[in-house]
Design a protein around this ligand. Structure first.
Ligand code: CP
Length: 308
């Protein structure tokens, strides 16, 4: 495959190849080998029209660990503020020799449009409320490292599903990998099309927690909400926040995840975010490895399985 736009584009074999490649790359870095020469001479452009901490930095780290040249573009301070279009911005970067373009954009569908304009590979780093496939891959990688194969595992995703590209990509990828996903949210924070997604739906977090192997909390995305619909922090955390009492209802082996950035005290209590069950920091580290695997495979790397 040339692009990674949606988790739905990945077959089970594609997804397992990415996760297995990430496992092999993790083994290499555990041997204190910081850098591989694989993508020497290739150029990766990070094209960020929306803010990011984790995704932008981890794509940069991933590309550099594979010895690619990296160009970081952020819309703030660029000619986008003078009205330059996405297409002209992309063609300008392509003229500078991009082999892969990693794009984050507030418009759902922007990476798909971009893929029609540039010759290089396009990787979706989050488009509007649509998808964030590399987040789903790093989440699946983290779950698999903690819990083993995902077939039959019960994953509960909780919170602002309506605005969450992370939730959609996770539902699609986890279904492909054989996990059973339940989404939990207030009725106002489910998208209308959730009935066609490959998952269960619940409004009752306390009923679902005892059956969960993974509880993934989502950020309440106030920046995408009309202020009139903001849930109050107190009411939201009372019904849908993960605090110590709710964690006590989870099985002993179950893990707590959050893609970040977090609203500590709203969807997740600080003591839960910082507890040994939390994989939040691990997810960030695994994000670099999972993105290395994606860039490695898209830009023509060989199957590493069994090679190391
Ligand atoms: N999880 C995630 O996408 O974080 P950033 O917005 O900081 O990249």
């Amino acid at each position: 495959k040339r692009h990674l736009i949606s988790a739905a584009d990945l077959t089970r074999d594609d997804a397992l190849l990415i996760l297995d490649t990430a496992d092999e790359l993790a083994k290499i870095s555990e041997r204190s080998i910081k850098k591989l020469p694989t993508l020497r001479g290739r150029t990766v452009v990070n094209l960020f029209f929306e803010d990011s901490t984790r995704t932008r930095i981890s794509f940069e780290a991933a590309a550099k660990r594979l010895s690619a040249d990296v160009i970081n573009f952020s819309a703030k301070g660029s000619s986008v503020s003078k009205g330059e279009s996405l297409k002209d911005t992309a063609l300008t970067l392509e003229a500078m020799g991009a082999d892969a373009v990693v794009i984050r954009h507030s418009a759902s569908g922007a990476p798909h449009r971009l893929a029609g304009w540039v010759r290089g590979s396009v990787v979706n780093a989050g488009d509007g409320t649509h998808e964030h496939p590399t987040q789903a891959l790093l989440d699946a990688f983290t779950m698999r490292r903690r819990l083993g194969p995902l077939d039959g595992r019960k994953v509960t995703i909780v919170g602002d599903v309506l605005h969450s590209r992370v939730a959609r990509s996770n539902v699609l990828l986890l279904a492909t990998l054989g996990a059973e996903v339940t989404l939990v949210a207030p009725p106002t924070l489910f998208p209308v099309q959730v009935g066609s997604w490959p998952c269960e739906v619940s409004y009752d977090l306390d009923a679902v927690l005892p059956k969960s192997d993974v509880v993934m909390m989502l950020r309440v995305q106030r920046e995408r909400m009309n202020a009139a619909f903001f849930p109050t922090e107190r009411e939201y955390s009372r019904r849908y926040g993960l605090d110590r009492d709710r964690v006590a209802k989870m099985p002993d082996h179950a893990i707590v995840m959050h893609p970040g950035p977090m609203n500590r005290g709203m969807e997740i209590a600080a003591e839960v975010a910082d507890s040994p069950r939390s994989t939040i920091v691990e997810q960030v580290a695994n994000g670099v490895t999972a993105r290395m695997a994606v860039l490695y495979l898209l830009l023509g790397g060989a199957d590493l399985r069994g090679e190391i």
